[in-house]
Design a binder for this molecule. Structure first.
Ligand SMILES: [Zn+2]
Length: 322
């Protein structure tokens, strides 16, 4: 049957080539002419002028993109000991595939375990993450996870803001861009305007993995816990419940959760406390929450030590303190 359809397809293409080649030629010519037109258009004066008018907006967008990439690089806590590396040799005489055994290597976020541990981790993920990834329920660890939650939340908010801002910029020049360019060369248009490529994926959320491989290496199960915004919020609450805070901190401190972030933004009327710009001025402005006295200098997460900053001010503040 497959051979028959293959033959039919081949003859169909042959007939098309014999009888419809003038049509194909015209089509190829149209495509070629359009490509040349697009190249000339993007190098032309008219396009250059349009680009010039929105140059500052594009630069701002690209800066925000860089900022989001920096935020994404926040690392989660793993306190596992490095036990070194060993080479694996399969000496079995039989031709048995043991790919899963061959692949076993040390990775900080992967824990190789028994089937029982894997199943239990599935039932109580947070408890098992703490136990097997060496995460101590103390004030320092909690602080690190709160920072991660704060950075990832800002990156997520930033992606929404960036998407909307780019769309608004493209919309503002839409009337001046020829229809064909918008229709057929959207990607090239964005590139020629100077927009950087944007990664809107959510793959950067770290995950802890429990992995069971059978003795023979032929079967196994994996269970992973992706530390997305929801899980990070819940993990921060979980850790705080486990911690016995020191006397000086007990009772004074709030948890830096998404709820608190939202509360601080509302309290500050969605306005940057440094430069005064607000979401009323810039609808797609990314606002972040900042510790006035940094945590590293003993600042606490209390409402009077938190403020709303726009991403530009927050970025220049953190660049100064580093
Ligand atoms: Zn600002």
């Amino acid at each position: 049957m497959n051979a028959l359809t293959g033959c039919l397809g081949f003859f169909l293409i042959l007939i098309l080539l014999v009888y419809a080649w003038p049509l194909l030629l015209i089509l190829a010519l149209i495509v070629l002419v359009y490509q040349i037109y697009a190249v000339i258009y993007f190098k032309g004066e008219k396009f250059g002028a349009i680009k010039e008018t929105i140059q500052n907006h594009i630069r701002d967008c690209n800066d925000l993109n860089d900022h989001i990439e920096e935020l994404k690089n926040t690392a989660l806590v793993v306190n596992r000991i490095d036990y070194g590396e060993a080479a694996y040799h399969d000496n079995s005489r039989w031709n048995v595939k043991r790919d899963a055994l061959k692949k076993r290597v040390y990775a900080p976020y992967i824990y190789e375990c028994s089937r029982t541990v894997c199943d239990n981790a599935r039932k109580e993920p947070f408890k098992y993450i703490c136990k097997y990834f060496g995460i101590k329920a103390d004030e320092e660890t909690l602080g690190k996870f709160e920072t991660a939650l704060n950075d990832f939340s800002a990156a997520e908010d930033g992606k929404v803001a960036l998407k909307a801002e780019r769309a608004a910029i493209l919309e503002s020049i839409s009337a001046d861009i020829p229809w064909a360019i918008k229709k057929f060369s959207q990607k090239k248009l964005e590139k020629n305007l100077g927009f950087e490529e944007v990664d809107f994926s959510t793959l950067y959320f770290p995950k802890y993995e429990f992995k069971y491989t059978s003795a023979g290496g032929n079967t196994g199960t994996t269970y992973d816990i992706v530390m997305d915004i929801d899980n990070l919020n819940r993990f921060v609450v979980y850790l705080s419940e486990k911690i016995k805070f020191s006397k000086s901190v007990a009772g004074q401190r709030a948890l830096m959760t998404s709820k608190l972030r939202q509360h601080i933004k509302e309290r500050d009327h969605y306005t940057c406390r440094h430069c005064g710009v607000s979401t009323a001025d810039e609808p797609h402005l990314l606002l972040e929450i900042d510790h006035i006295v940094p945590v590293s200098k003993g600042g606490l997460t209390t409402e009077d030590n938190l403020q709303t900053l726009c991403w530009r001010c927050n970025r220049s503040k953190s660049n100064k303190t580093v």
